[in-house]
Design a protein around this ligand. Structure first.
Ligand code: C2E
Ligand code: MG
Ligand code: MG
Ligand code: MG
Length: 287
């Protein structure tokens, strides 16, 4: 593809490259400015206890409030942030924001919530300052470590194994919990899982989607729940969209759930409203 054979195609290729480099530089500049100007916002998706139907946690999910493009979802700028080396700064900002917000909810007298923050694999690289950032966020917000959880994907556990393990151990020693996100989509072996300082498995939404229609998916989910429990891990189902799925998860002893049926990710003020309502009618559906 990138062959510079004939003069014409070479010029064509070069022009194309230039366009792409320019576009990338522009996006990079925009993202940098977005961080500085406070255009990034954090939304929170409730995590609900399956037995009590109470909100017990929330996942922090970043969005870009773009002046022209509107609310841009993370999949459209996290990869860019990773590519151009902005992910540590961005990730630490999300961590900070989520800790401060959680402390604010507590100060408002709301029941304790475990807020989880997604980590990019880059944030666990050997030279990353994540441990320091976690300690700093807790200290500056005044949040107790037990109300914070970090989500990492299986694939990020396969890179830089030793440094990742030692960083996770340090974070966990500080009292913060760790969950494995999108569980089932990677290739982690059971023996590897056992070595990990992990508290929670989040079953990927692709397995939950067809839980009532596909015997394979049903078997995978029930086996994962059973396995996790033998390893003393808590299980969260992601992407719950039907009552039928909830019944399945209840029957198979899943601990917590997240999904559009309960609530999408919402701005912090809306989560306060949900929390107040959920508490006053505890045991009723959120939506
Ligand atoms: P994730 O961590 O697996 O987060 C769950 C995603 O699924 C969220 O998308 C959420 O809105 C969506 N979701 C929740 N319930 C449902 C449902 O019932 N059905 C469907 N179809 N989707 C549901 P979102 O917010 O667009 O985030 C996408 C991904 O971007 C996240 O996947 C995570 O990998 C990444 N991400 C988000 N925030 C951050 C962040 O602060 N740092 C990093 N490194 N990654 C982030
Ligand atoms: Mg997540
Ligand atoms: Mg996930
Ligand atoms: Mg995901």
């Amino acid at each position: 593809e990138a062959k510079a054979s004939g003069g014409g195609s070479f010029r064509f290729y070069k022009a194309d490259m230039n366009e792409r480099v320019k576009a990338r530089l522009m996006h990079e500049r925009q993202l940098r400015l977005a961080l500085e100007r406070g255009e990034l916002v954090v939304y929170y998706q409730p995590r609900v206890d399956i037995n009590s139907n109470e909100i017990v946690g929330a996942e922090a999910l970043v969005r870009w409030h773009h002046p022209e493009r509107g609310l841009v979802p993370p999949n459209e700028f996290i990869p860019l942030a990773e590519e151009v080396g902005l992910i540590n700064e961005l990730g630490e900002w999300v961590l900070h924001t989520a800790c401060k917000q959680n402390r604010r909810w507590q100060e408002a007298g709301l029941p304790g919530l475990k807020v989880s923050v997604n980590l990019s694999p880059y944030q666990l690289a050997p030279d990353s300052t994540i441990t320091h950032a976690v300690r700093k966020s807790l200290m500056q917000s005044g949040l107790d470590a037990r109300w914070l959880e970090l989500e990492i994907t299986e694939s990020s556990l396969m890179q830089n194994v030793e440094s990742t393990l030692s960083k996770l151990a340090e974070i966990r020693d500080a009292g913060v919990s760790i969950s494995i996100d999108d569980f089932g989509t990677g290739y982690s072996s059971l023996s590897y899982l056992r070595r990990l300082p992990v508290d929670t498995l989040k079953i990927d939404q692709s397995f939950i989607r067809d839980i009532s229609g596909s015997r394979d998916d049903a078997a995978i989910v029930s086996a994962t729940i059973a396995l996790a429990h033998t390893m003393q891990l808590k299980v969260v189902a992601e992407g719950v969209t039907t009552e039928e799925q909830i019944r399945f998860l209840e029957e198979h002893d899943c601990d917590e759930m997240q999904g559009f049926l309960l609530s999408p990710a919402v701005p912090p003020e809306e989560l306060s409203t949900l929390l107040n309502r959920n508490r006053s009618m505890s045991g009723r559906p959120l939506s």
